[in-house]
Ligand binder design. Structure first.
Ligand code: AMP
Length: 531
């Protein structure tokens, strides 16, 4: 028998098997699976009454909240396409995405209307605006429907339309390497196969309580809106990552699993109540999205001896998790023997193949030394870029998706990321991974955050520059930092420029934006030359 693999299947199971179980905690709201499923069906009916149907794009401008979780079901079960937009973008960027995707409906958190007001008149395709959250009585600069009224007044019974498993269910825009942001199309089939594999690998079940620290507008919230719903676990929403608040909620709700980009964990480890809170319910902390400093995993290993701390790797284009660095029972007998494996990007999820390829597209040996571009194929790999077939065929070549990340694979199948292709620094003819220099700098106890970029250099072509944020109250001067780096790195890898700053520019998930650092560094250098 063959039935289509559909996203709606996740909540279908939750609504029957876990009807009275807690589904989501969001501020003072607590909803069961039965209540979420009822709200989802009603909102689908309301959208249908507004004219939303198969293939229409419904965009969201929202913090993490239970209504955005509802969107992950209410929109795709109509055969429509969910487009959660990064709320850190500027209004013109948001206008570009709304026009490019031809979104017919935009659902906006009232606290975010300032993002939409300046562009409201430049969106000819938008037919419906829906407001949610915030103060329902707030005076808004443009008109729209009220989410809760739509939910309350819509019929409860939802009649699902026919949907093909290859229909697009979700769309996520990435900034990518070109000027135009690209919409990554994830189909029902991509998302369902991703959920099956990641549930198996992450051992997610109905005893799990997951804190959504990753914004749901980013790469499918690392898959958690689907995986956890399917097994009837409890979702915990926080609107933004405030470390003290996160620690309080982990303790209060008994959070068992948390997924973070490394900068989030750096903030947790350095926050005043890190040592005081009861974090004993945590069984797993997974890092991804950027390279994780070993010192950070060591700090978590010490503070959470009962939990499994490991890294993972993925991209929007891979739904997103591609590899996870779970220890192997046959190889790793304890935490210390698995330490270096847990710091790698990990082994492929079931159902996906990962290879490293040379420039001619030939796979390289899994010897832990050969470095090539990380490529992937499997059911979790996206269907292509929205309305950009030429970009799709630049990245999917001979059936393999080329990630733009450089790495190696060892004889146990663990993938190690060396760097993004475009972040590799070529200095004096040598390729230097910015990640390697960052790891060495993070080992200094005064360093809170750091990023290394390549800057133009008359003698070496490019030279590494380190931009560093110190821990509160810590002191460190350039000479001491260079001395530290010399003790850990080959001479040509030691930063030639060091800049101490108060904050580093970050994207929606808290990932450091090297693109912006390069731009501002370029400006600094130009100003210095002009003087
Ligand atoms: P995005 O699709 O915006 O989440 O970005 C995906 C990119 O994040 C990848 O192409 C990698 O460059 C980077 N990334 C994700 N996970 C890791 C990791 N574990 N280590 C280093 N870089 C990572």
């Amino acid at each position: 028998m063959k039935t289509p693999l559909l996203v709606s299947d996740f909540l279908r199971r939750g609504r029957t098997v876990y009807r009275d179980a807690p589904a989501v905690v969001c501020g003072s709201e607590r909803l069961t699976y039965g209540q979420v499923a009822d709200r989802v069906d009603r909102f689908s009916n309301a959208l249908r009454a507004l004219g939303v149907g198969h293939g229409d794009v419904v965009a969201y401008l929202s913090f993490n909240c239970h209504r955005l979780l509802e969107a992950y079901y209410a929109v795709p079960q109509l055969g429509a396409i969910l487009l959660p937009i990064n709320i850190r973008l500027t209004p013109p960027d948001i206008a570009y995405i709304l026009n490019d995707s031809a979104a017919s409906t935009v659902v906006i958190d009232r606290q975010l209307v300032a993002l939409y007001a300046p562009i409201a008149s430049s969106l000819p395709k938008v037919k419906n605006v829906v407001f949610m959250g915030g103060d329902p009585k707030a005076d808004l600069p443009f008109s729209g429907h009220d989410y809760e009224t739509l939910v309350k007044e819509a019929p409860a019974q939802f009649a699902p339309p026919a949907i093909d498993e290859d229909d697009v269910a979700e769309l996520f825009y990435t900034s990518g390497t070109t000027a135009r942001p690209k919409g990554v199309m994830l189909t029902h089939r991509n998302l369902v196969t991703h959920a099956y594999s990641s549930i198996a690998c992450a051992h997610v079940g109905d005893t799990d309580v997951i804190l959504h620290s990753i914004p749901l507008f980013h790469v499918n919230g690392w898959g958690t809106p689907h995986t956890l719903t399917m097994v009837g676990g409890k979702h915990v929403m926080v609107p933004r990552f405030d470390p003290e608040h996160v620690l309080e909620i982990v303790e209060r709700e008994g959070v068992t699993k948390i997924f973070m980009v490394p900068t989030m964990a750096v903030a947790l480890v350095n926050s005043p109540s890190w040592k005081a809170r009861d974090l004993s319910a945590l069984t797993k902390v997974m890092f991804g999205g950027a390279a994780t400093p070993p010192a950070l995993v060591r700090a978590l290993d010490e503070r959470l001896p009962h939990a499994l701390i490991h890294c993972g790797y993925g991209l929007s284009e891979t739904s997103p998790i591609l590899t996870t660095a779970m220890p192997k029972a046959s190889v790793h007998k304890d935490r210390s023997s698995s330490f270096s494996s847990r710091l790698t990007a990990g082994v492929p999820l079931p159902g996906v193949e990962v290879e490293i390829m040379d420039e001619s597209g030939q796979p390289l040996p899994h010897d832990g030394v050969s470095v090539g571009e990380i490529c992937a194929r499997g059911n979790t790999v996206f269907a292509g870029y929205w309305k950009q077939p030429e970009e799709t065929s630049r990245y999917i070549v001979d059936g393999w998706f080329h990630t733009g990340d450089m790495g190696s694979i060892d004889d146990q199948g663990y993938v190690s990321i060396v760097d993004r292709k475009k972040d590799i620094i070529i200095t004096g003819g040598e390729n230097v991974a910015s990640i390697e220099i960052e790891k060495a700098i993070y080992d200094h106890p005064s360093v809170l955050e750091c990023a290394v970029i390549g800057v133009p250099d008359d003698k070496w072509g490019e030279a590494p520059a380190a931009i560093i944020v110190l821990k509160p109250g810590a002191t460190l001067d350039v000479a001491e930092l260079i001395e530290h780096a010399r003790g850990k790195l080959a001479h040509f890898k030691v930063p030639k420029h060091v800049k101490f700053v108060e904050v580093l520019p970050k994207g929606g998930t808290g990932k450091i934006l090297k693109r912006e650092l390069r731009e501002s560094y370029k400006k600094d250098l130009q100003t210095a030359t002009a003087r």
